[in-house]
Design a protein around this ligand. Structure first.
Ligand code: SF4
Ligand code: SF4
Length: 234
């Protein structure tokens, strides 16, 4: 129960209590990181909020998408995946709200950042980039597909972030890379994925996703092809 959990001054205990709670709500990966050096990547609109600069840490949470639903994707998204995508975003937002409630009830500040909200259409940016936070927190690395790649589930995850000033044990970044894997490169129908994440062509990806959106009559632009291609790496 949320009301039974109280955080204190011990960052290790706080981390354990929040991780335990998050995992009980269905979260697959729970990590934290310092915000030092990361606020430069935030959208200016987030920095306009005077509470943003009070935050010292981020909680990064990932949900493992249904492998069974992803296996139904071949060269385009399915209605099944579209619904799953939306429901997973809702679960992540719910988990972020519950973590926020625990932190605030304990007398600290917490700011959940929605799992899937674009506030700047031209750059396709949200308030912050969840994968940058997740990478800094050690949940994974940025792969050739320009997505977070986790050891446990590859890119088959969705992410959410909570910013906070609560004392927390902090996780470090995990260094890794795609190595000899090129599965997403050959799978991408737009030819958007290159040798390195820096060569990823966002314009080609966005154009392909817009085509899918018209074809599939889905409200949100989704694809899922390179998500399916990137499986667990353990
Ligand atoms: S989301 Fe689709 S179009 Fe974009 S890079 Fe991945 S496979 Fe290619
Ligand atoms: S499918 Fe392979 S190459 Fe593509 S991001 Fe995942 S690990 Fe990297």
């Amino acid at each position: 129960m949320i009301t039974e959990i109280r955080l204190g001054s011990d960052g290790n205990k706080n981390f354990d209590a929040l991780e335990r709670y998050a995992k009980n709500t269905g979260i697959s990966i729970f990590k934290t990181c310092s915000l030092e050096g990361l606020t430069d990547s935030f959208h200016p609109a987030l920095m306009e909020n005077p509470f943003t600069v009070k935050m010292t840490a981020a909680v990064s949470m990932a949900f493992h998408l249904s492998d069974a639903i992803l296996e139904g994707i071949f060269n385009q998204p399915t209605p099944h995946y579209a619904m799953h995508y939306n429901r997973v975003n809702s679960l992540l937002d719910d988990a972020a709200l519950k973590i926020t409630a625990i932190i605030q009830n304990s007398g600290f500040n917490a700011m959940p950042v929605p799992a899937s909200q674009i506030i700047d259409k031209s750059s396709q940016r949200g308030y912050l980039n969840h994968k940058i936070i997740a990478r800094a927190a050690g949940a994974g690395f940025i792969g050739r597909n320009n997505l977070l790649v986790t050891r446990e589930y590859g890119s088959r995850v969705r992410l959410v972030t909570v910013l906070t000033d609560a004392p927390l044990k902090l996780c470090g970044p995990a260094e890794d890379g795609c190595g000899e894997c090129y599965k997403c490169v050959s799978a991408c129908p737009a030819g958007a994925i290159g040798e390195t994440p820096g060569q990823f062509c966002l314009a080609k990806c966005v154009e392909q996703i817009s085509k899918f959106q018209r074809l599939m009559f889905v409200a949100k632009g989704i694809c899922g092809v390179c998500v399916k291609a990137c499986e667990e790496r353990i």
